[in-house]
Design a binder for this molecule. Structure first.
Ligand code: ZN
Length: 405
């Protein structure tokens, strides 16, 4: 196959129907085709491998009302299709098209399952289409007053190319973001410098969190690491506030309101979780801070000086959360390495998580390892490894407190 022929097939922009691809992605695919030219047409090889729709918990109190994940063999590039007239006044639609993508053998039943999921505020339809070009179309139908849609690409380590589409509780998100304004300004004016730590052990009680290899439950790991962390912090003279200290069910909004109620005595929050992936080879530690764009902006504020001042404070809060996340990440990697050799550093990332968004203090969420990875699950259930993780988080927090002192 000549390069020109390859180019012709790469340029989706040339196809009828106006499916323009982003240039950068086109170039990336071209480079890949060039390398794999012997394999034949790579474009024809893209397949939808699997699709999941996780429904969030109770609608009223939860920020994350659903998460749609689409896994592809080669690429998750899409174009947004022009909207058809929506069926009802209170429904909005968003339609993604994944061009020149076939439905993989295992995906067909998953597509049907996803399309059957019923949520009062949204629905999803995934269908294979043949014209004007072959591909997969994903249509979201949702109540625009209740739901905010957010999508991002992600690469689950080594294998899949994937797109994640989140359905957020719009009203709650707005309330949480607006709620940040007053405490932030108050915090800046506050001369007291107390740096207690809020330790949030993820899940608990009825909410087991992820269940991994050998039925290991996320809620057990997070509680044990969290209690050990609390002890380590106290031994260093730092006061601790726990969102739970037993196997109890605590909704996230209760955790965040508790955190905000002790904001005068605490300087930060760390939330502990454990990871789960479809790819059993995925492993390592990653730490999240709140997505920068969610620290809200005052673009419409008429008092420009005030808006600038708030914006500086928000930059500062983001920077503090990011620094906290980085210190925790680095120090956990260092501590576990002593115990068990080098772990995969999945780095600090930004996320939209309710615990981070709802907490007015600098906050980080650490995923201490993968329950779906046999090797890590076996480690995560041992007391000595839980202690190494707790020591790592504790050292990271101390390093952070020193750096902002
Ligand atoms: Zn979790």
């Amino acid at each position: 196959m000549s390069i020109d022929e390859v180019k012709k097939r790469v340029k989706y922009g040339g196809a009828k129907g106006g499916f323009a691809m982003m240039k950068k992605r086109g170039a990336l695919i071209l480079a890949c085709v060039w390398v794999c030219a012997g394999v034949g047409s790579l474009l024809a090889d893209n397949r939808l491998k699997d699709v999941f729709l996780h429904q969030g918990p109770k609608a009223e109190s939860s920020l994350e009302l659903g998460k749609l994940v689409l896994y592809f063999s080669n690429r998750a590039d899409f174009t947004l299709l022009p909207l058809t007239e929506s069926a009802s006044l209170h429904r909005a639609q968003k339609s993604y098209f994944f061009p020149q993508t076939k439905v993989g053998a295992d995906a067909a039943s998953a597509m049907a399952r996803v399309s059957r999921v019923h949520h009062a505020w949204y629905s999803v339809q995934v269908v294979a289409v043949q014209k004007p070009i072959e591909g997969v179309r994903v249509t979201l139908t949702y109540d625009p007053e209740k739901i905010e849609v957010y999508d991002q690409f992600f690469d689950s380590i080594q294998l899949n190319k994937a797109l994640e589409v989140m359905f957020y509780n719009k009203e709650l998100k707005k309330r949480l973001v607006t709620g940040l304004q007053t405490p932030l300004l108050r915090r800046a004016a506050n001369e007291k410098k107390k740096h207690g730590v809020i330790v949030d052990c993820g899940h608990g009680g009825k909410d087991t969190g992820a269940i991994g290899y050998a039925q290991l439950q996320e809620k057990e790991v997070t509680l044990s690491v969290g209690l050990r962390l609390a002890q380590a912090l106290q031994q260093n003279g730092i006061s601790v506030f726990l969102t739970r200290d037993a196997d109890t069910t605590v909704p996230i909004d209760r955790r965040t309101s508790f955190a905000n109620s002790v904001a005068d005595e605490a300087g930060l929050l760390v939330s502990i979780h454990a990871n789960m992936a479809k790819n059993e080879a995925a492993s390592g530690v990653e730490t999240f801070c709140l997505e920068r764009s969610l620290f809200f902006s005052l673009a419409d504020e008429p008092d420009k000086k005030f808006a600038q001042c708030v914006s500086r404070l928000l930059d500062d809060r983001y920077a503090q959360s990011k620094l906290l996340a980085q210190q925790v990440q680095d120090s956990v990697l260092a501590c576990t390495q002593k115990k068990n050799g080098a772990l995969c550093d999945r780095q600090v990332k930004q996320a939209v998580a309710q615990i981070l968004l709802g907490t007015q203090l600098p906050a980080a969420l650490i995923e201490v390892g993968f329950l779906s990875n046999k090797h890590e699950a076996l480690l995560l259930r041992t007391k000595s490894y839980q202690q190494a993780l707790a020591n790592g988080i504790c050292n990271g927090i101390i390093a952070y407190l020193r750096s902002i002192a």
